[in-house]
Design a protein around this ligand. Sequence first.
Ligand SMILES: *Cc1c(COP(=O)(O)O)cnc(C)c1O
Length: 404
Amino acid sequence: MSQQQGMIPFLDLVAPHRELEEELVALFRDCIRNAHFIGGKIVEDFEKEFAQFCDSKFAVGLASGTDAVRFALMAAGVKDGDLVATVPNTFIATTEAITQAGARPVFVDVDEKTYNLDAKKLQSFFETQCIWDAPARKLTHKKLDRPVTAIVPVHLFGQMADMDAILELAAKYNLIVVEDACQAHGAQYFSSKENRWRTAGSMGVVGAFSFYPGKNLGACGEAGAITTDNEEIAKKIRMIRDHGQAKKYYHDIEGYNGRLDTIQAGMLAIKLKYLANWTQKRQELAREYGRLFDGVTEFVVPFEPTWSKAVYHLYVIRVCNREKLQAELAAANVGTGIHYPIPLHLQKAYIHLGYKVGDFPVAERAMQEILSLPMFPQLTRQQQLYVAEKLLQLTNVRQAVSVG
Ligand SMILES: *Cc1c(COP(=O)(O)O)cnc(C)c1O
């Protein structure tokens, strides 16, 4: 393709809202005219629909994905001073939520190919760095002398972590599992143990979702939700999000202001109707990138295990000289992203945790080489072909791309 091409964004947030403008504006007008701002039927209906979408009994709408992870941990029983195991290659919200729940994050390295929590390394962490008190069913970190009480697997880039293995370890060591499904709305995992496909957020005791505008299901502002089959936990999170009250001005506990507002719930309900279709588009685009890059050895494409149906929140390749390639792609009008450049254990915010370079070599190496290509449901075939052509040229791949 040689014609002039405008910038192909890494993510286009204008196009989907142009398509839905009439519906969204009508909802906004309805809320304004009826002063529907906090709670009410619009929120409740969205919660029911989202729970159903996630194969869960309950969903509770919240102000953000960060609140979702935090409230999930609190309601599921994580206490002040506990340790919570998670991965170093996630958005900081995962660990912020752990800290805000009163706990402390402990990191475990990820799998080389999926970039998700490596269950074997998790097992080895429990066996070598912790002591298991079988009668008390309590796991204690030897050096930190604190209980490990939960695991937060992150379904990074929209691909499920290996939940069978993680849930098995959680059962063995009496641990709470909160899924960080903030990037994985609708992702599927084939559980060999149950011999059926399961949906992200329905496998742990609680699932946490973000509806930040750039997520696969995004609000027109900040929003999040939890999903669970546990009615007690759902009730508790309803109280925590609303100042600890089940009845107005009767406060059983101190809570937070963490509600999902009505206008956002209404907009999310409108968009939820399109989510399955958008996800399918993302999956088709991922397959097409895979076809265009078939046989290429100059960079690595995403790996999808047979037990995973990823929803491609991001399409992430791995390449040497990442910064140079990113600059050259930008010069060729192709937008890209890096998710994320610095692992959490090496961030300034976590110096006090005492980790050092080399502690999580798989995550550290991956984070120097990953690059997120344009991926959004409205990406056109022509745009995708242009991205592929430029990428192949710039990485000196000799094979020609079929532009037909
Ligand atoms: C987006 C995100 C969050 C936080 O969600 P917010 O709605 O921005 O608070 C948490 N974890 C992961 C993995 C995310 O991508």
